[in-house]
Design a protein around this ligand. Structure first.
Ligand SMILES: [Zn+2]
Length: 478
């Protein structure tokens, strides 16, 4: 309903759309006594919002995300006793259903079943390597990432990849303990379940671009699995445009939990920035415009376009204090990647041996997980993956023409295959979110009566159905 109101107010303010103003007016309308007159308009209202247009097929797919399936996945993962990366993976342990080897084989079989259900649409693969001893790896250990590829249907667009990941390894109090129970229901059975559920639901659809559903190991030993995968992707020239890392998205059932919010962490200054990049960031104020930050803003927009039951809360930092995660492995290789984590973590339920002490229950047990919450986070992920995989690629070589001193701003970019029009976004330099958007048609050049010195610009590619690409902030061109 609120989306509808925004749409109506938006039309009044269009074509130049001021999102902040729209939200303000929307709130005013809600409190006004004369609001009844507008209900007539609401009846014919579509799903358009300031942030994009909901695709009915994607909206229908989101309804297939099942909290029951997610519960079954997490309980199955917990049933392997421990999924420590350095736990057993010999044939006997796999047959007995205990240890990381058994978990790995089960995840693989889940992807294979999904693939069978869609006529072989998924390519199920493993990325195995031997990690040498050192740090939290006591001896040479085979680490295996398991993933499924939903190849894009368009030859050119299939090179573009969006990816969702969670880590299937777990730990207890001592990272070197390989035999004690380490249920890892929330950390990160929940993120693994998000990857698997997205694969199950989205494999029933077709997209021009490619989606990869990944589960990695070695996170708790030092991000070993994701580091190997991200390096492989970089070396092989994969065009990964977005990585969604879900780690601790179980919505721990503590009294202070906010089950309506999920945090989205993103780096500001790119980890992979060159000296030249850093000079430009310092000179022009690009500290909050990394690819990862644009991805976080995209997720924020998806949270407003689709009714997934949970709102993204952007956190403008790489990760929480003293913590890290698999998105960083991708950031290091220059890929845009964000981390989803529940609003409030319960440290009694992470990285702890299962025990009761002083009347407190410790351990990462399934009973503390809110499966409905995980399903909402999975819907947010699925909507983001589907929207990006359906959309044209982001415009390349976006440039601000700066050869003359002038108060107008001219932007140029290369055409994106599949795009029918482009949107120029802008915001004040102090604003966290895009505040304005202007459609500029199908040309690859636009001049706006705004000073580039006073705002930050971005350009998005949009297709006929309204699917939008990530925003790209221009570089300066003399
Ligand atoms: Zn974790």
């Amino acid at each position: 309903m609120v989306d509808c109101w925004q749409s109506i107010v938006g039309r009044l303010v269009a074509p130049e759309v001021n999102r902040v103003m729209r939200r303000f007016v929307t709130r005013m309308l809600w409190s006004a006594a004369s609001v009844a007159a507008l209900f007539v308009a609401v009846a014919s209202c579509g799903a358009q919002t300031a942030d994009g247009v909901a695709d009915p097929q994607i909206a229908a797919a989101l309804k297939q995300v099942s909290a029951q399936r997610i519960q079954a996945t997490i309980e199955k993962l917990v049933s392997f006793g421990t999924r420590s990366t350095i736990s057993a993976q010999d044939a006997e342990s796999i047959a007995a259903g205990r240890g990381i080897g058994a978990a790995r084989e089960w995840i693989k079989s889940e992807f294979e079943r999904d693939s069978k259900d869609c006529g072989g649409c998924l390519e199920v693969k493993t990325d195995s390597f031997e990690e040498k001893a050192g740090g939290r790896i006591p001896k040479v250990t085979e680490i295996t990432n398991v993933y499924a590829v939903l190849k894009g249907t368009d030859v050119a667009s299939a090179k573009r990849i969006v990816l969702v990941t969670g880590h299937y390894d777990s730990r207890n109090s001592d990272t070197f303990n390989v035999t004690g129970d380490a249920p890892g229901a929330n950390d990160d059975g929940s993120g693994t379940a998000v990857s698997l559920e997205c694969a199950r639901v989205l494999s029933k659809m077709k997209f021009p671009a490619t989606i990869i559903f990944l589960t990695v190991a070695g996170e708790e030993q030092g991000l070993n699995g994701s580091r190997h995968f991200a390096k492989m992707a970089k070396e092989q020239g994969w065009q990964i445009e977005a990585v969604l890392n879900n780690d601790i998205v179980g919505g721990d059932k503590s009294a202070e939990q906010n089950h309506a919010v999920v945090r989205v962490f993103s780096e500001g200054v790119p980890s992979a920035a060159s000296e030249q990049d850093l000079r430009q960031i310092r000179g022009l104020g690009g500290e909050s415009d990394s690819g990862s930050r644009q991805l976080a803003r995209y997720v924020d927009g998806i949270g407003q376009t689709y009714d997934v039951g949970v709102k993204p809360m952007m956190v403008f930092r790489l990760d929480r204090y003293l913590r890290g995660g698999d998105h960083y492995s991708f950031n290091e290789q220059g890929f845009s990647a964000v981390r989803f984590t529940e609003f409030r973590e319960n440290y009694n339920h992470q990285h702890q041996d299962v025990r009761t002490a002083g009347g407190i229950e410790y351990g990462d047990l399934a009973k503390f997980v809110d499966y409905e919450y995980v399903a909402r986070v999975a819907r947010l992920n699925a909507a983001t993956l589907a929207s990006l995989a359906a959309a044209p690629g982001a415009p390349a070589n976006v440039r601000l023409v700066t050869k003359d001193l002038e108060n107008d701003s001219t932007l140029t970019w290369e055409a994106s295959p599949g795009a029918t029009e482009y949107e120029v976004l802008w915001r004040e330099t102090t604003s966290p979110e895009w505040e304005h958007a202007q459609k500029v048609g199908g040309a690859t050049r636009a001049t706006l009566k705004l000073s580039k010195d006073n705002v930050i610009f971005g350009v998005m590619a949009v297709d006929r159905a309204g699917h939008r690409s990530l925003a790209v902030v221009p570089g300066a061109e003399r």
